[in-house]
Design a protein around this ligand. Structure first.
Ligand code: ADP
Ligand code: ASP
Ligand code: MG
Length: 408
């Protein structure tokens, strides 16, 4: 008998029939003797719909009320799933994030889980119930306010809850068969990986493979929670995310992302403290910056380019303009039509030439590289948004991940 935490994403609980089929799967698992905690996402596109509705009602930013609004999505699915599981003859109870003891920091919209005090979850399990917890939400003990964890946050709820309960496994049920070598909706030849290491999955997720939220992988790695990403449509095994995958592929996968925008501060005096001023102001506003490139030209002036999530551009642009003006920069340019394509693989660190091959593939298709960033197991290029999907397909065809060392 084991303790399993299962998470069902939006498509998997998208309508009444899907909820009933999830309920059957959960009830069967419970009847077979396992203790089961279920984390649910909001149904289908509920979260997007609620965001759209809020922009129709008000053009302004209301962080607290936004979290009150969005957490309603997961409350709907948790209650409906509890009803459907009870109809299968298995006791079930739903809990909000706050009732389940998910304690976060105070930041609305992108709160971080600080601690989980799962007393009510444990009580429910001890009385034989399936416990259903609303994903993506928590409560700040400091402000007593309800918070959300950022898009895709139910993955983080699931893995963090699995860690807190010392569960045997965290199963992430989604609308694809597992983690693929690229987004299977964009690269039809993408192959399912049987396993992938936490480090590679972290890089893939951060590079845009949204099948797992990056923070969920961080929890998995930190608390050594085995994560099984699998389909909610059938019972075949998916992908295991765990400490070290057996083979060290040179390239395990290709990821792409079109959620960022590029800002360039032009002609800023090349003196100490300029970068510190820009990025301190952005950090103080809670804006995370991804790639940063600085070029110094001969006249003692520098250009600094960096990327930020598009959905915070409205805050990032005025902050950057203000600092740039204070430092006597010539101008600030904004480019929203960019995207990022990345290759990831643990074996990459021992094989020179991988990045060079990536650049050659892009050059061969006439795709201009705007920015480059690397880690020891990832190389990313920022390119025009319009070419991103094509670039992902070309790189996948060129590297054929998972790439064995001899195949490069
Ligand atoms: P859920 O609602 O279940 O959380 P998401 O839409 O957040 O599902 O994540 C699953 C989606 O992630 C898939 O439908 C797929 O299009 C996308 N995806 C992107 N990259 C990958 C990848 N490398 N492997 C699998 N899926 C990926
Ligand atoms: N419903 C939230 C979202 O759409 C959280 C999640 O699905 O993980 O981002
Ligand atoms: Mg998701």
């Amino acid at each position: 008998m084991s303790l399993v935490v299962q998470k069902y994403g939006g498509t998997s609980v998208g309508d009444a029939a899907r909820i009933r089929s999830v309920a059957k799967r959960v009830a069967e698992r419970r009847v077979s003797g396992d203790s089961v905690v279920v984390i649910v996402s909001a149904m289908g596109h509920t979260t997007d719909e609620l965001i759209r509705l809020s922009t129709e009602v008000s053009p302004h930013h209301h962080p607290r009320e936004m979290d009150m609004l969005l957490t309603a999505g997961e409350r709907i699915s948790m209650a409906l799933l509890a009803m459907a599981i009870r109809d299968e003859g298995v006791e079930a109870m739903s809990l909000t994030g706050s009732q389940a003891g998910i304690l976060t920091d105070t930041s609305h919209g992108q709160a971080k889980i600080r601690e989980i005090k799962p007393m009510r979850v444990v009580e429910g399990l001890e009385s034989g119930k399936v416990v259903i917890v609303a994903g993506f939400q928590g409560v700040s003990p400091d402000t007593k306010e309800i918070t959300t964890l950022g898009r895709g946050g139910s993955d983080a709820t699931a893995v963090a809850m699995a860690a807190a309960l010392e569960a045997d496994v965290c199963e992430i049920y989604t609308d694809v068969d597992g983690v693929f070598t690229a987004d299977p909706r964009v690269v039809p030849e993408a192959r399912k990986l049987d396993e992938v290491s936490y480090d590679e999955m972290l890089e893939l997720a951060a590079a845009g493979a949204r099948v797992l939220m990056p923070r969920s992988v961080e929890f998995g790695k930190r608390f050594n929670v085995p994560i099984h990403v699998r389909s909610s449509f059938h019972d075949r095994p998916g992908t295991w995310v765990k400490e070290s995958a057996m083979e060290q592929a040179v390239v395990s996968g290709v990821a792409h992302d079109t959620s960022e925008a590029k800002l360039t501060v032009r002609g800023i005096p090349d003196t100490p403290g300029v970068a510190a001023a820009i990025f301190t102001a952005l950090a103080d506003a809670g804006i995370s910056v991804d790639i940063i490139v600085q070029n110094v030209s001969s006249g003692g002036l520098a250009d600094i380019s960096f990327t930020v999530p598009r959905d915070v551009l409205g805050q990032a642009v005025p902050i950057t303009r203000e600092v740039a003006a204070g430092k006597k920069a010539a101008s600030v340019e904004v480019d929203e039509a960019i995207g990022r394509v990345s290759i990831v693989g643990s074996g990459m660190r021992s094989y020179p030439g991988v990045a060079a091959k990536m650049f050659s593939v892009l050059a061969g298709a006439g795709i201009n590289i705007l920015m480059i960033s690397t880690s020891s197991i990832r190389t990313s290029c920022v390119i025009a948004e319009a070419r991103v999907e094509e670039a992902a397909r070309l790189l996948h065809a060129a590297f054929q991940p998972p790439t064995a060392p001899g195949e490069l």
